[in-house]
Write a protein that binds this ligand. Structure first.
Ligand code: WTA
Length: 655
């Protein structure tokens, strides 16, 4: 694993020490690292004190049957109570939980903790009336509106694990997820707003449910008022079923290991994995990290995670982390360019946002749009800014730090995954320095290493694979319905430790630099996509005989989806023009979602394969990244690459 470009950058790396004032009042001090190393479990026991437990736990960690962990054994708690009621009981009912900002201008709503608690109780009562019981799964397919949070917490309150499906996913993707976790209720909306236009959601649910006979009810929030089809008896309006309920609901405490939610994510095989998170450890992890990493002062900060709730970042850092800490958050429905490219900065100025957390892909987009746009707004309220989802290139880091952070706000580059549930590797803003491009060190209580092929830790200055060497509270517990896949995917590559699937490098100081995925997972604009899943989607098209997909470096989206397809003979006869490329891109959007649309599709006659028939993606990546094609000696037919290169030179690649 070598990355010459990165090595060069590391030599000229700048270092930013914590600002003195922040360091002086930081929530977490340097000795946290020492005490966590001395007694890791005692450290996590102490952090659990952030939550209110109905029954105390008797053991911090049960790791008797690895890799199946139990955290806070015997403890009982309710996640929604911890996010809501206890703050109201503590006199914080009037504190704003969310400044919600709809995409259409002036469509805003401030929701206090007391109001949110009432609404969640009503929704919990509605779900109970619809027959949802503890342990039943509920699917949520929503835009970024307050009801999405209400629906999630209502599920948590009654112990019904939710599975939130990103609103940009297609009906097929939604259907797969509903079937995989056997959800019986779907909560959705008529639609949402995107770039000023109402986009539809309900039709995708109708389509998905054609093959989900066990779904009893669809609860529909009216967001846009657009015309939708109505399935009498199955479909119910949210404002009718929830609106009529009492706001009294006595919540029950569940076991610390009670399932809280299932979040699907792409893996190396075609079928998405249902990552299972449970209640106690997950909530301790989100709560502590949101407070520690963002140095959160809940009574003064205004915190904004600019992500979609349909991804884990939204779950941990829009919903569970911030609410458990009684944070005032901003939640924004739309895109950064609606109705103008300064929308985010207008929001920061209006609500005096002090902490902003977003993805490098957004930062790169803003860079492209130009510094003069954010410079028109007053961003002086910001005191800390964070990045998540993909490696942040040093140029983007510096631009973020200088243009958005006014060269005064520390940047926290946070590495974590759907599976880890919580931030794992990051600077601590009051303690650790930051370096553009490095996520720095594991948090106190988190144990990570960079290892070589044989699992041995690498020397400083070398690269390898990132592993997590000890269990952590918010870790996934399994893959829904597939314990074996959980063991095989994460705990078998290097026995006894968790294999993250990321390449990493240690610099001379021992700080960690993430280098991107080492498996068949791509990271496009911070979204995880599987090459195999997109290949299956392409092959499901009647005109396609075979397909290979690779993620190639892209200046805007980090990586971009590049596909190579062989057409069936009948289709090839019709010619391989631009129409087929458009048709295939649309087909992928329909099968998975618009985010998975290949940026380029190249029609080829052969794919490069080894003698055992394995597609050599490395070579295709060379082609996609317009590099000299690497070693072809293991190809069954080495002339294939000449053909592909000639094809490329002939200009058949479509962007
Ligand atoms: C990548 C998102 C470099 C990584 C929270 C990981 C990062 C995958 C960073 C997880 C970062 C996330 N630096 N790479 N700061 N954060 N990644 O599950 O490849 O959507 O494995 O979780 O994103 O993506 P996921």
């Amino acid at each position: 694993m070598s990355s010459p470009a990165l090595t060069n950058l590391m030599h000229e790396t700048r270092r930013f020490d914590p600002p003195a004032e922040l360091a002086e009042h930081a929530n977490v001090t340097a000795d946290a690292y020492g005490s966590a190393t001395q007694d890791r479990l005692a450290y996590w026991e102490e952090q659990a004190g952030r939550l209110t437990w109905a029954e105390p736990f008797t053991r911090v960690l049960d790791w008797d049957d690895p890799p199946f962990a139990k955290w806070y054994v015997g403890g009982k708690l309710n996640a929604a109570y911890n996010c809501l009621d206890r703050h109201v009981e503590a006199g914080l009912g009037d504190r704003i939980a969310y400044h919600w900002v709809g995409e259409p201008e002036n469509d805003t709503r401030d929701i206090t903790y007391a109001e949110l608690t009432d609404e969640v109780c009503r929704a919990a009562n509605a779900l109970l009336e619809l027959g949802v019981r503890t342990g039943d799964r509920v699917a949520i397919y929503m835009p970024m509106i307050p009801e999405t949070v209400v629906a999630m917490l209502a599920c948590a309150r009654i112990g019904a694990p939710h599975t939130v499906v990103f609103g940009g996913f297609s009906s097929t993707a939604l259907q797969d997820r509903i079937l995989d976790c056997d959800a019986r209720i779907v909560i959705t909306a008529d639609g949402g707003y995107r770039r000023g236009i109402p986009s539809a959601l309900k039709p995708a649910v109708d389509e998905a449910l054609k093959s989900c006979p066990d779904v009893r009810n669809v609860v529909v929030v009216r967001r846009t008022g657009q015309q939708i089809e109505w399935n009498e008896g199955r479909d119910l309006w949210w404002h009718e079923v929830v609106g009529k309920q009492s706001s009294e609901h006595e919540c029950e405490a569940f076991d610390a290991e009670h399932p809280l939610y299932v979040m699907y994510t792409s893996g190396t095989t075609g079928k998405p994995k249902g990552i299972l998170h449970t209640t106690g450890g997950y909530l301790v992890g989100c709560s502590w990290t949101q407070w520690a990493v963002f140095d959160l002062k809940p009574d003064i900060d205004v915190y904004w995670t600019a992500a979609d709730i349909g991804w884990v970042t939204g779950h941990s850092y829009i919903v569970y982390g911030p609410l458990s800490n009684a944070t005032t958050s901003v939640m924004y429905e739309g895109t950064p360019d609606a109705p103008h490219k300064g929308r985010w900065w207008e929001i920061v100025e209006k609500y005096e946002v002090s902490i902003l957390y977003c993805a490098p892909t957004a930062i790169r987009t803003f860079m492209k749009w130009g510094a003069e746009i954010p410079q028109k707004f007053d961003l002086s309220s910001l005191r800390l800014i964070g990045s998540v989802g993909e490696p942040i290139n040093p140029e983007a880091y510096m631009w973020y730090r200088e243009t958005i952070g006014g060269d005064r706000c520390p940047v926290v580059d946070t590495w974590w995954q759907t599976e880890t549930g919580m931030i794992m590797i990051t600077p601590l803003p009051g303690v650790t320095s930051g370096k553009p491009g490095s996520a720095m060190t594991p948090l106190p209580g988190v144990c990570a290493a960079v290892v070589d092929d044989s699992g041995k830790p690498v020397q400083k200055g070398s690269g390898g694979y990132l592993v997590l060497t000890e269990p952590w509270p918010a870790m996934l517990r399994t893959i829904w319905g597939d314990d074996q896949r959980y063991v095989d995917t994460y705990w078998s590559r290097f026995p006894g430790v968790y294999f993250a699937g990321d390449g990493a490098k240690l610099d001379e100081d021992g700080d960690i630099w993430l280098l991107g995925r080492v498996d068949d997972v791509m990271n496009v604009s911070g979204h995880r996509l599987s090459t195999t899943e997109i290949e299956s989607a392409l092959v499901s098209h009647p005109k396609v005989a075979e397909a290979a997909v690779v993620g190639a470096n892209d200046p805007d989206t980090g990586q971009a989806v590049n596909a190579f397809v062989i057409l069936r003979e009948s289709a090839a006869d019709e010619g391989a023009g631009a129409e087929i490329v458009t048709e295939l891109r649309d087909h992928v959007a329909k099968e998975i979602g618009p985010i998975a649309k290949p940026k380029s599709i190249m029609v080829v006659l052969e794919l490069p394969k080894t003698r055992s028939g394995k597609i050599m993606r490395r070579l295709l990546r060379d082609v996609a990244e317009k590099r000299e094609v690497g070693d072809v000696t293991t190809l069954a037919d080495s002339s294939v690459m000449d053909l592909i290169s000639a094809n490329l030179a002939g200009g058949k690649q479509e962007d």
